[in-house]
Design a binder for this molecule. Structure first.
Ligand SMILES: *[C@@H]1O[C@H](CO)[C@@H](O)[C@H](O)[C@H]1NC(C)=O
Ligand SMILES: *[C@@H]1O[C@H](CO)[C@@H](O)[C@H](O)[C@H]1NC(C)=O
Length: 493
């Protein structure tokens, strides 16, 4: 009985990280000879007593057991959500206005959305809000075939259209096609400049739309201002977190793969941005062999239009400024530093890295339980989605959203969407690599591994997906930071 209690209290000590060595769980791996032995830290607890020796032995056994189980207690611990919960109750004025908007049969908004799946997602969110601002019905968004990704999927192939329509039925009328009364109308076309306000949109399009009946908008990327009235912010969250659900076949395969990951304990989802086009576009180098650097540099010379980064900086400057995606070696060191145990189950999302599987070797060596959707799918399961970048991205989205911990190797639309989604789901752990601050330590070879790991933890203690106010910094998007408009504490609403 006593022993049981003792063990339970020990285990809870580990869980809450009160013992010195549980702060460094990943140090207990074979690859780190310089690690601090557990008993060193225990001597300070019970210097010369017998009890200390017994305790020490038991803890050592425990530690050995942990080495195999490797629960990485601290790493899997979720941030404190501070009691924030989704709150999407609209004002009475908004609801009153809905009635007329839903009934309207004269005005239709058509939108063409572009880019990768996550980029299209953002634009669809804004399209719904623009339709609401104009009091128009929204025709199912047209997905432009992407030049880079080459995917001809339509809205209904990626998203559940009926669900989309039903969830929004109190906010905006969504229709699957223009009605026959409007088919012959030549739509008013437009492409708003960045960050326009609702009054700008009304001023610019309302009269024309009322006259012509159909408005066609394209190029909606970041066109809507980030600061909108609270009701419209809530509407953005409603679209992003409730209305946009993936089509059934995708949701099913995504759920299956997520279950396969989760069946053996917690898992980490990593979004790796190591594809060739990413290195070319960002003006960064993949950190492999010089041959690969040359491939990237040549591509950049041949297709300068791809380079979106500021081209005035050298590669090294860009890297140290935190503008480059992390490579596999850096992700590995960071994860180890943050306490990911060797047996951590990792799902990696993203496309084929430049250099193929070889580029992932640092990660696989350190974390052998390393999978992507191809590894986890049964033969034939992925076939319906093969060569459809948007559908593959959607599967990655689902598995990433459901993970216990998520970390992107670089910012971007997917990271953005997942960050908001995980916050909305109760602030599930989301690690934002603090690249600019951490990289100097990666280059310092005189730092011990232990010191390095301590620094990594310290640099990331506030970048683990804790609640953060959108309004803390200008320009933040409510679908990335849902507080305060879309999440509140019980007492405040
Ligand atoms: C490049 O950097 C230099 C000095 O840092 C600056 O004077 C110049 O205007 C920059 N050029 C561009 C195109 O930004
Ligand atoms: C590397 O780390 C050591 C130990 O913390 C420190 O004294 C030294 O200044 C660092 N070197 C550089 C170049 O930052």
């Amino acid at each position: 009985m006593f022993l049981t209690l003792f063990l339970i209290s020990l285990i809870s000590m580990f869980k809450f990280g009160f013992t010195p060595f549980s702060t460094y769980p990943c140090l207990i791996t074979i690859t780190t000879p310089s690690l601090q032995k557990p008993h060193l830290s225990l001597q300070s607890l019970h210097p010369n007593s017998n009890f200390g020796v017994v305790l020490q032995r038991q803890l050592e056994e425990e530690a050995q057991a942990r080495e195999h189980i490797g629960d990485g207690g601290e790493f899997w611990k979720q941030p404190d959500g501070l009691g924030y919960k989704p709150c999407l109750s609209f004002t009475r004025d908004y609801r009153r206005a809905s009635e007329g908007i839903i009934k309207n049969r004269r005005k239709y908004l058509m939108v063409v959305v572009s880019g990768g799946m996550n980029q299209q997602r953002n634009q669809i969110v804004d399209a719904v809000v623009i339709a609401r601002i104009l009091g128009a019905a929204l025709v199912v968004p047209i997905l432009q075939v992407n030049v880079i990704w080459g995917d001809e999927s339509e809205f209904g192939d990626i998203f559940d259209f009926e669900h989309f329509k039903n969830v929004l039925s109190d906010d905006v009328r969504v229709v699957s096609a223009l009605p026959s009364t409007h088919l012959m109308t030549r739509p008013v076309e437009g492409s708003p400049p960045p960050h326009v306000t609702p009054s700008w949109i009304r001023g610019r399009y309302h009269r024309k739309l009322t006259r012509e009946g159909v408005l066609l908008l394209r190029g909606l990327d970041s066109r809507l201002a980030k600061d909108l009235p609270p009701d419209l912010q809530k509407l953005r969250c409603k679209v992003a977190f409730h209305a946009l659900r993936f089509a059934k076949p995708i949701q099913e395969i995504g759920d299956k793969i997520a279950e396969r990951m989760a069946s053996k304990g917690p898992y980490l989802a990593l979004h790796l941005r190591m594809e060739k086009d990413v290195w070319v576009r960002t003006g960064c180098l993949p950190g492999l062999t010089p041959e690969f650097d040359e491939i990237v540099n040549n591509e950049r010379i041949q297709r300068p239009e791809l380079l979106t980064a500021k081209s005035n900086m050298t590669y090294h400057e860009r890297k140290m400024a935190g503008l480059c995606p992390l490579n596999a070696m850096e992700v590995t060191r960071l994860l180890k530093g943050l306490g990911a145990p060797r047996n951590a189950r990792i799902y990696w999302a993203g496309g084929e890295p430049l250099g193929g599987k070889e580029a992932l070797v640092p990660l696989i060596k350190e974390f052998p339980n390393f999978y992507n959707k191809e590894d986890l799918a049964k033969p034939g399961e992925l076939e319906p989605f093969a060569n459809k970048a948007s559908l593959m991205a959607a599967i990655d989205y689902i598995v990433s959203e459901k993970s216990d911990v998520f970390m992107p190797s670089h910012g971007g639309n997917m990271g953005h969407a997942i960050q908001g989604h995980r916050a909305y789901a109760g602030h599930k752990k989301y690690i934002t690599p603090n690249k600019r601050h951490m990289l100097p330590y990666f280059l310092n070879s005189s730092l011990s591994e232990q010191e390095f790991n301590r620094i990594m933890k310290e640099l990331h203690q506030d970048s683990l997906g804790q609640p953060e106010l959108r309004t803390l910094k200008a320009g933040r998007d409510v679908t990335k930071y849902p507080i305060p408009e879309c999440m509140c504490k019980n007492d405040s609403h």
